[in-house]
Design a binder for this molecule. Structure first.
Ligand code: TRP
Ligand code: ZN
Length: 497
């Protein structure tokens, strides 16, 4: 699903994966690019087609880590194609393109599809892929993202790559699509994914099939599969939306998890006042053991139980739900723009702190600035272009949040929240780059802001002036709970890789 034109420069086009410009003279059908053009992950996503919908219809047998069934993709060719790629790790049994069997080969996360005849630009494609394999045995970039859990289940939740372990896709936030996820599992397991619950039924073979639907454009990494022993609660939020939460039966601190995640509707109400209307059709959260991190899965973030070992933590819930605006609805146009996700979700934690009366956003960000010495390596990572190895470094989160406080100081409260709301509105269900955000901030405020962003996002070293300006020179009191939660967040992100 392409909502806006993204130039190669905006995505940070990697060398060697360029596709022909759309206005080039017609020529022979050619292979779709093996990558969509991401500077950090050159093979992520693909060229030559645009996906509209994924219909994922599988069975999972946890005992043998066996995932089998069919994914049907509807897409449109965006060039004359001799062949094209999908991102997928598992062994494929059969593959049809518009009902005709196609040749295929999988290698290192790339599934190359050669249709019987070339495909003309503009053709609607129905790609049907059947498979039966064990996701646990595969690695991509040296890493196995498919997680088996102590309850015997499995979790497909990771970032930036998770889809290749369970469905073939155009695996990049630039190509979002709607999803129907239908998974059958043994009857003592619950199955969760995103969006609205569309019922479950017992099959003849005894497996219970759970059906989930995501009606709004969704990125592949925001799409989750949760199979395990959970207590699942189907509720209705005050705004009338389905509110689905699930808590692992083996949680050490189930009450602390509930005291946090059950507040999701209140958190979304608060965040709507800051960021604009909630962009999706359902709400919720999943708490699991053995995850090691939290992730912004669309409409239903996933949380490790580690977040709740010292009591409730509504900050992590505020963080993952802020990503529904910043990350899920407005997605990065390339992974180098990760500040648009993590800087904003971290800033949202400081707004939530203010809502709770545990320190204002200005205080919390000032404290972070004051408490990290200038010679700390923290200041060497550039939040605006951290590189793939530092994509989730603390600097992207914490210095990233400070950058937003610095913007707020420069433009004032009224323009600051106008900028945030205009960003989420104009780019809803689409993508964005840092440069586009800076442009919007300059437009709304009428102020030149290049040097502010250069200082906070693109220059190594501690900025000479803090996020609240030169007149604020000493550390305000740190809200204890917030500082603790940031530390926990960092520790968990590092542990999760
Ligand atoms: N985006 C996640 C967050 O909300 C953190 C994260 C970074 C992550 N890398 C990950 C989660 C890898 C799962 C896997 O901050
Ligand atoms: Zn985050």
């Amino acid at each position: 699903m392409t909502r806006l034109l993204v130039t190669a420069a905006a995505v940070g086009l990697a060398a060697g994966v360029a596709t022909a410009p759309a206005d080039a003279a017609p020529k022979a059908p050619s292979p779709g690019a093996a990558g969509i053009g991401d500077a950090y992950y050159p093979l992520d996503g693909n060229g030559g087609y645009d996906v509209g919908h994924y219909d994922i219809r599988l069975s999972y047998r946890p005992a043998g880590d066996e995932l089998s069934g069919t994914t049907t993709i509807t897409a449109k060719a965006t060039q004359d194609l001799s062949r094209f790629n999908l991102d997928f790790l598992l062994k494929v049994s059969t593959l049809r393109v518009n009902n005709v069997p196609a040749k295929f080969a999988t290698d290192g996360g790339e599934l190359t599809v050669t249709p019987a005849k070339p495909i003309a630009k503009g053709t609607n494609l129905t790609i049907v892929v059947t498979y039966d394999d064990s996701p646990g045995k595969y690695k991509l970039y040296g890493f196995n993202a498919w997680k088996r859990t102590a309850d015997g289940g499995a979790l497909a939740t990771d970032e930036p790559q998770i889809a290749p372990w369970w469905f073939p896709s155009n695996d990049h936030p630039l190509d979002k699509a709607t999803f129907d996820v239908s998974i059958a599992a043994p009857k003592d397991f619950a199955v969760l994914s995103n969006g609205t619950f569309a019922g479950k039924s017992t099959q003849g073979n005894g497996l219970v099939r759970w059906n989930w639907r995501s009606a709004k454009p969704q990125g592949t990494y925001e799409t989750s599969l949760v199979v395990g022993k959970y207590q699942v609660n189907f509720q209705t939020a005050p705004n009338g939306q389905p509110f689905v939460t699930a808590y692992g039966a083996d949680l050490a601190n189930p009450d602390q998890a509930r005291a946090s995640v059950e507040r999701t509707p209140e958190i979304l109400e608060f965040e709507s006042t800051q960021f604009g209307p909630y962009p999706f059709e359902a709400q919720g959260g999943v708490v699991s053991t053995g995850l090691g991190f939290a992730l912004e899965n669309q409409t239903r973030p996933t949380f490790s139980d580690d977040f709740f070992t010292d009591g409730s933590d509504t900050y992590v819930v505020a963080h993952e739900n802020a990503h529904q605006w910043f990350g899920d609805s407005v997605s990065v146009a390339g992974w180098r723009n990760i500040w648009l996700n993590e800087g904003f979700a971290s800033y949202a934690e400081t707004l939530w702190s203010e809502y709770l009366g545990e320190g204002t956003a200005a205080e919390v960000n000032q404290y972070a600035y004051d408490s990290i010495p200038a010679d700390d390596p923290f200041w060497q990572v550039l939040p605006g272009d951290p590189g793939p190895d530092n994509q989730f470094d603390d600097a992207v989160y914490t210095r990233g949040a400070m950058a937003l406080q610095a913007l707020r100081t420069a433009v004032g409260d009224a323009d600051f929240f106008k900028i945030l709301k205009k960003w989420t509105k104009t780019r809803q269900y689409g993508n964005g780059t840092i440069e586009q955000f800076v442009g919007l901030a300059e437009n709304v405020s009428g102020k030149p802001l290049q040097s502010l962003f250069t200082t906070w996002l693109f220059t190594a070293g501690k900025p000479a002036v803090g996020p609240n300006g030169a007149s604020v020179s000493k550390a305000l009191v740190a809200p204890k709970s917030f500082a603790k939660i940031r530390a926990t967040d960092r520790k968990l992100a590092a542990a999760g890789g």
